[in-house]
Design a protein around this ligand. Structure first.
Ligand code: ADP
Ligand code: MG
Length: 545
């Protein structure tokens, strides 16, 4: 039995397990001399697919055969596919190639890998989650569970420092995304009376188009212009090979500037060697707007939880190695900032969680605990570390039906959020509605998903099924509809009880005609083919007369 945690990142991925003492450790990628595997795939030819740093080396020269940032595409409704050498690949299949590379890393070092927990951003909807799980299965892994990245980061921080009730802000600046999450850790007692830590996500925010890549791009432009100035050229004169040379060196230069005040980059500019010197202060001034942008997202996320008092800020993600980030966050939260292996915290937390699940399964399923755990870690060590945590599975979105509000002088089609983002799963909620009219033949009950925590919002289609302007911040998505047939001569006072049940696999919608006791039900998941008939008036209304 070999259990691992995987951080399947937008730009870098990482795999970890518990060592013989029950402490999390990452599996080193010796080939790239790194703790990470770049989440980049190069389709070299029909016989060769390269994953990792070597694939990255081809971005400028062979960009059309390189796939990066695939995490932004996974589980998205546009079903994007990539085509190389006559074969097509879905984002799930590309992600599976990255996961296979991580699996090979373990196997090449003599390990076996079976059970894994894969991390996902807290804001991923159900479809992104199920697509991630599918990618794991395609790579031949047994995916025990998924865990939210900030929750995993909090787990790995707490493993080193067991804390009391805390409200933690996780500032995760990776390569292509910036995520802010407020998580709450509370001490409770489990069924056996032992103290456990519960970790709940209170609010999420950020930008899935902001990350270390933006810092690289600024540095790339700076070096490119310096090369032009030095050689009396314009950017249009710079050859693709030179661009690739700069591209390959900017990230390393950026990393050096995290440690040193200045660095030199040597570039072969169209055949002539040019040395460009970059000072940290220059790098900081050319990217100060990016830092400010992240802090604005921090403010906006805090506004979602006005009563929260932040006790600790955890810096996560490789880009938080940049001193300008630590400085900006420290300025906002003096004395509260913690940073330890920011690029590994998520994978390590996933490894801890994976071990927790295996121990639980062994003790519940077989009535005994096996003597070996993970990579041979004595089970009591792993238990000491993991017994203290209890991670609740939470709803990644809010869910509810579209119904007619007849109150006031104008009837309105509204979305009633039955189940709110962040509720414990499985989450269940019921409410009774009424047909809009007497003798209504049927009801088209539409189910929606959104990011709002409000009770009622405007859905993305109106009662006739026509698109409607919604606040994009609420990301309202139509999941599908349940058709409820009503018997002839149904009165508009007939109570119809509507129930939503949400668990990790999707949304179960049920409607019961409480007079005939006839039950109608459907199972919906985000991203599935939506077949919704446009039809006026076949709706339910909120209040009885
Ligand atoms: P992901 O976004 O895939 O979760 P990571 O959290 O590993 O990725 O962050 C990757 C980003 O961190 C990349 O842009 C990388 O260049 C950057 N990074 C890693 N180490 C450093 C460092 N020492 N200084 C500055 N940036 C770094
Ligand atoms: Mg990450």
């Amino acid at each position: 039995m070999s259990t691992y945690g995987i951080d399947l990142g937008t730009t870098y991925s990482c795999i970890a397990r518990l060592d013989a003492n029950g402490n999390p450790e990452v599996i080193r990628n010796n080939e790239d001399d790194s703790n990470m595997v770049a989440s980049v795939v190069f389709f070299e030819n029909e016989h060769s697919v390269v994953v990792g740093q070597a694939a990255k080396e081809n971005i400028e020269t062979d960009g059309d055969r390189v796939v990066q940032f695939v995490k932004r595409e996974i589980g998205k409704p546009d079903n994007r596919v990539y085509e190389f050498d006559g074969k097509t690949y879905t984002p799930v299949e590309i992600s599976a190639l990255i996961l296979t590379r991580l699996k090979n890393l373990v196997e090449s070092q003599g390990g076996t890998i079976e059970n894994v927990v894969i991390t996902v951003p807290a804001y991923f909807g159900l479809e992104e989650r199920s697509a991630t799980k599918q990618a794991g299965e395609l790579a031949g892994l047994n995916v025990l569970s998924l865990i939210n990245e900030p929750t995993a980061a909090a787990l790995s921080y707490c493993a080193r420092q067991f804390q009391e009730d805390r409200t933690i802000l996780v500032y995760d600046l990776g390569g292509g995304t910036f995520d802010v999450t407020v998580v709450q850790m509370t001490m409770t007692q489990n069924d056996s009376g032992n103290d456990v830590q519960k970790i709940n996500v209170l609010a999420t925010g950020g930008d899935d188009r902001l990350g270390g890549k933006d810092w690289d791009d600024k540095l790339f432009d700076y070096i490119l212009h310096a090369c032009c100035d030095e050689n009396g050229l314009t950017p249009a004169d710079i050859e693709a090979e030179t661009r690739q040379d700069i591209r390959s060196k900017v990230e390393e230069a950026k990393r050096k500037l995290s440690k040193k005040q200045s660095t030199k980059v040597r570039i072969d500019v169209n055949g002539s060697r040019t040395e460009v010197s970059v000072k940290r202060t220059d790098f900081e001034s050319m990217t100060s707007d990016l830092v400010a942008k992240t802090m604005n997202f921090v403010e906006a996320t805090l506004e979602k939880v006005p009563s929260a008092v932040i006790d600790t800020v955890l810096l996560v993600g490789g880009s938080t190695y940049m001193p300008m980030i630590t400085d900006a966050v420290e300025k906002k939260f003096p004395g509260k900032v913690q940073q330890h292996d920011p690029d590994q915290a998520v994978a390590k937390g996933a490894a801890i969680y994976a071990s927790m699940l295996v121990i639980e399964e062994n003790s519940v399923g077989k009535g005994e605990i096996s003597s070996e755990h993970g990579n041979g870690a004595p089970v009591e060590h792993a238990e000491q570390l993991t017994a203290k945590f209890d991670v609740e599975d939470q709803t990644p979105r809010s869910f509810g039906p579209g119904v007619i509000d007849t109150k006031g002088n104008k009837q309105k089609y509204v979305l009633e959020n039955f189940i709110k983002i962040g509720e414990k799963m499985p989450a269940v909620f019921s409410k009774t509605y009424y047909p809009l009219e007497n003798n209504q033949e049927r009801v088209r009950l539409r189910a929606f998903e959104d990011m709002s925590t409000e009770d009622t919002i405007i859905p993305c289609v109106d009662e006739d099924g026509n698109p409607q302007a919604t606040d994009p911040a609420h990301a309202v998505k139509l999941l599908g509809e349940l058709v409820v047939n009503l018997p002839p001569e149904t009165s508009r006072d007939t109570p119809i009880k509507v129930t939503f049940k949400v668990d990790a696999s999707g949304v179960h919608v049920e409607a019961v005609n409480t007079i005939t006791n006839e039950i109608f039900e459907t199972f919906l998941r985000t991203g599935s083919e939506i077949d919704v008939e446009k039809s006026a008036v076949h709706q339910l209304r909120i209040s009885a007369d």
